[in-house]
Design a protein around this ligand. Structure first.
Ligand SMILES: [Zn+2]
Length: 127
């Protein structure tokens, strides 16, 4: 039998989540989404963050670790399948030069340590 995960979903001001579009708190199983995103992008981000929580549970059971790239890649594919229109809009949005630069920095000059620090910080305080 498939285990149901009871996730909480909160739509918040993005300032509360360090200007991210979305964030998944694994400990409280809460997904945070920037409330000001437009509909399709909001749905895409929601699916993406929900996947992070499911993925975290799976990996925890198996006792496995995974790179930041794989975390994001899997969650993005999952969201894309469920919300292709939102996914296309996210791609277009990320082609805007300042966003593209921060996106590439995130993936390639990757600041994995910093990303994990931000996640830990956000997990500690209850937003
Ligand atoms: Zn993500």
């Amino acid at each position: 039998m498939k285990e149901e995960i009871k996730m909480k979903i909160k739509y918040v001001d993005k300032k509360k989540i360090k200007n991210l579009s979305g964030f998944a708190n694994f400990e409280t199983e809460t997904v945070y989404v920037d409330k000001d995103l437009i509909g399709p992008i909001k749905r895409f981000v929601l699916e993406h963050e929900k996947y992070h929580i499911k993925d975290y549970k799976k990996l925890k059971i198996k006792g496995k670790e995974q790179s930041l790239f794989m975390w994001e890649f899997k969650a993005t594919i999952y969201a894309f399948v469920r919300c292709p229109f939102g996914g296309i809009l996210v791609i277009i949005r990320n082609l805007y030069p300042p966003r593209l630069i921060s996106f590439l920095k995130f993936y390639f000059f990757k600041n994995e340590k910093r990303t994990r620090e931000i996640a830990r910080e956000l997990m500690k305080k209850n937003v």
